[in-house]
Design a protein around this ligand. Structure first.
Ligand code: G6P
Length: 470
């Protein structure tokens, strides 16, 4: 195919292998958000197909040209599991787990980022727009700009950007900042993330910043302006409403409650099994409420969906053991033959089942210790077309900036968390309705299409300014 006017570069391609060796669209919101843009512009998507050493030719899928980047088993270990998920991920989530600094991992990260940039440069038409996604690819904007100064380059950071005192631990902090500054627009989830980034740039590179603009010197001595700003991501709210309206999904929600023994209240947690999500804190608070006899297993059940993630990284292996030990202990102490305290599901489910779970849950627990956004919170809210249910939301999740009508909690404060869970369990329908309506309005009025439109509009305005010679 000819080169594309619009190119997305992400660690993963937007497709997964189905059972028969074909491909199906991956669930995530990013894929849905970009679909209209991709279709409209005959876009291309550069990414890893998710398996080591899988060599496949570029192919077209539902209107998008997919360009696979091959990662060897070593690349997966050093670039993906190592530098991306055992250095950057813990460092950027406020060192909840200790980041490991390995020069070998860093070298692999540089090399793989270069490969993604080369693939993107080959896929992009003259003057095209390229949108790079997330922390696995922080060096791509700069490599791309060096290879193709004609391109307009955007970058969106889906996870937190840490305070300077933590970021400065990174032995390659300058290279990372310079990598990101290859972009014309650098988008973050929260205003605080954009502020942390601007501060790191001032401290490390001594570049001037003014409002959202950063003055980036070019080699020839001239200056260009890069924009670093918050663009909070969202979900395709309408598709959740549509699922929640389906009679078979509503019936499934009732069935789930019956399968749980029709407790008075169902609490729900839905997370990738990740140490940033505060799953242990949630389980501890729940176990103490049972211990204190403020709740009983006949009346209240916690359903915890923990989908498998990054299973070869040591911190994840350990976390799984800790959580399964804690769940086993609580269930052993409190279960009866007819009721279970925690229904723990180490599995991933299709969207239909997730919406049925959201509808079945009286209380949704989002207790992240640090989270870029947390789209589960928004999915729960969008699905509650009955304006019922209570969202308990960590103030350390990006979603807290927008969803102030949730019960906001500090997950480190176990006493406060227990009190919030009790309050959520006891909340009267009128208050649930008042809060849920406000939450739903926000999610409906700012969906993922608005997010991509606003980001791309900012990128287009920089492009216009460039053409105007400013
Ligand atoms: C987070 C990151 C994404 C990542 C996803 C799943 O949401 O921001 O970039 O794709 O987790 O993690 P995985 O390592 O399986 O891609």
């Amino acid at each position: 195919m000819s080169q594309a006017e619009f190119v997305v570069v992400a660690n993963r391609l937007p497709v997964d292998r189905d059972g028969d060796g074909g491909w199906r669209r991956s669930p995530g919101g990013l894929v849905t958000a970009l679909e209209p843009v991709m279709r409209g512009s005959e876009g291309a998507w550069v990414g890893w197909p998710g398996q080591a050493d899988l060599e496949i030719e570029p192919f077209d899928f539902e209107g998008t040209h997919l360009v696979p980047v091959v990662l060897s088993a070593d690349d997966v270990e050093l670039y993906y599991e190592g530098f991306s998920n055992d250095t950057i991920w813990p460092l950027y989530h406020d060192v909840i787990a200790a980041p490991r600094y390995s020069r070998e991992w860093w070298n692999a990260y540089v090399e793989v980022n270069r490969r993604f940039a080369e693939a993107a440069a080959a896929a992009a038409a003259e003057g095209a727009t390229v949108w790079v996604q997330d922390y696995q690819l922080q060096l791509v904007p700069r490599f791309l700009r060096e290879a193709r100064p004609d391109l307009t380059i955007g970058y969106f950071h889906h996870i937190p950007f840490p305070a300077y005192g933590l970021f400065s631990q990174l032995p390659w902090r300058r290279q990372v900042l310079e990598g990101l500054l290859g972009a014309d627009v650098i988008g973050f989830q929260r205003v605080a993330d954009a502020g942390n980034f601007a501060r790191a740039v001032r401290r490390q590179l001594r570049y001037e910043t003014k409002a959202s603009g950063i003055r980036v010197p070019r080699e020839d001595g001239s200056v260009r302006i890069a924009l670093a700003k918050a663009f909070p991501i969202s979900i395709d709210a309408e598709s959740y409403v549509e699922l929640a309206q389906r009679p078979e999904i509503q019936a499934r929600a009732k069935e789930i409650r019956a399968e749980l023994g029709n407790p008075k209240k169902v609490l729900l947690g839905v997370d990738r099994l990740d140490y940033t999500k505060g799953i242990r804190h949630r389980i501890k608070a729940f176990g103490e409420l049972l211990q204190d006899q403020r709740i009983s297993v006949e009346d209240v059940t916690l359903v915890q969906v923990a989908s498998p993630s990054r299973e070869r990284v040591e911190a994840y292996v350990q976390l799984r053991d800790e959580i399964e030990l804690a769940v086993g202990r609580i269930n052993g102490d409190f279960d009866t033959t007819s009721h279970t305290a925690i229904r723990y599901l180490h599995q991933a489910y299709p969207r239909e089942e997730m919406v049925a779970l959201y509808l079945a849950a009286d209380v949704m627990l989002v207790t992240a210790l640090r989270d870029g956004m947390n789209l589960v919170a928004k999915e729960y809210v969008a699905s509650r077309i009955d304006n019922r249910g209570v969202l308990v939301l960590s103030e350390f999740a990006g979603a807290a900036d927008e969803l102030g009508s949730a019960l906001l909690i500090n997950p480190h404060d176990i006493q406060g968390l227990k009190d919030a869970i009790s309050r959520a369990i006891e909340m009267q329908p009128a208050e649930q309705g008042r809060r849920m309506r406000t939450l739903r309005r926000r999610v409906r009025d700012h969906d993922v299409e608005d997010w991509s439109r606003e980001f791309l509009a900012a990128l287009a305005s920089i492009h216009t300014a460039k053409e105007g010679g400013s």
